[in-house]
Design a protein around this ligand. Structure first.
Ligand code: ATP
Length: 291
């Protein structure tokens, strides 16, 4: 955003597969950051969560939590049920005000912003399925996302040229998520996995700089999980992603780095291979399994 201090323009990444492999290798093997990520890293952290707490009455759902999200990477936010992940997402997207602490996006303090202000900066959470209009077509749903970003008014619809431009861009996004052949389908009739892909397309329509994915593979069969994983890898190649996900093989497969929460606090951070061997992390998960 133009009001970021000393903002350098985001560098264009190489093709998606190359970019994803480069960023993952950087984290796993400690090789130097590729040029496009180095340039983006000079901009600092995309997101900084600093000593944030959230109380609900007597419950401390988030307890003095601090973590950063680095540009160009997929960060997995994991933890047992009730660890505070959803609350953290709600705090970042401003659906909840924190009890204390600071949240910064591209170096700007956004702690007290309204949800729409933060969304306009490019912090976009994947919409819940219920937020997709079930009786509109797949194409119309993406077009609404595009229109929302453009902030276009009703009058905009009167111009056929404008509508065609929107349709072209919507079709591009549907192609990106492998839904082009479903463009004319009524959304309610889509299979579940395809609905989640549509949710990603409507999120992309908002052109997020930081994309927050909320359990993207929840409730999916094996085949759909594989498709969504590939899709996320593709769309994440030129943006930053923070993802809450319970399926640990998805987390291992996709994340460049992991942040683990337990009882509202950060328990561990680092590459999956390292974090998954951390005795405290193992105990947190095994402890939950035994309950
Ligand atoms: P899950 O993986 O099960 O979705 P989570 O890690 O997302 O869990 P949260 O949903 O953030 O965890 O919940 C953290 C804690 O805060 C839990 O103890 C939960 O019961 C509590 N909590 C969350 N939202 C509220 C609320 N609106 N009012 C009261 N307590 C809440």
């Amino acid at each position: 955003m133009s009001d970021a201090p000393n903002a350098e323009p985001l560098q264009q990444p190489p093709p998606p597969e190359e970019a994803a492999a480069m960023s993952a290798r950087t984290i796993r093997e400690g090789v130097p950051l590729p040029a496009f990520l180095r340039a983006n890293a000079r901009r600092g952290m995309v997101l900084e969560v600093d000593s944030v707490s959230k109380n609900f009455g007597g419950i401390r759902a988030v307890d003095d939590c601090s973590f950063d999200v680095r540009p160009g990477l997929i960060t997995g936010l994991i933890g047992p049920n009730g660890a505070g992940k959803t609350t953290v997402f709600n705090l970042i997207t401003k659906f909840l005000p924190p009890t204390s602490g600071t949240i910064s996006f591209n170096g700007i303090d956004i702690t007290r912003e309204r949800p729409a202000q933060t969304a306009r900066r490019g912090v976009i959470r994947s919409f819940q399925i219920s937020a997709v209009f079930p009786h509109l077509t797949v194409l119309e749903n993406v077009r609404i996302g595009l229109q929302r970003r453009l902030g276009t008014s009703f009058r905009f619809w009167k111009s056929e040229t404008s509508l065609n431009v929107l349709n072209d861009r919507a079709m591009e996004l549907l192609t990106a998520v492998d839904l082009a052949s479903f463009a004319a389908a009524i959304t309610v009739e889509l299979p579940y996995g395809r609905k989640r892909a549509l949710e990603i397309a409507t999120t992309l329509a908002m052109n997020p700089e930081l994309m927050l994915l909320d359990e993207p593979t929840q409730g999916m069969g094996h085949e759909d999980v594989g498709r969504i994983v590939e899709l996320i890898r593709k769309v994440a190649a030129n943006r930053t992603v923070l993802m809450v996900e319970h399926n640990l093989s998805v987390v291992a497969n996709l994340s460049d780095t992991i942040t683990v929460m337990q009882r509202g606090s950060i328990l561990a951070e680092g590459p999956y291979t390292e974090v998954s061997k951390n005795p405290q992390v193992l105990e947190a998960y095994v402890g939950t399994a035994d309950e």
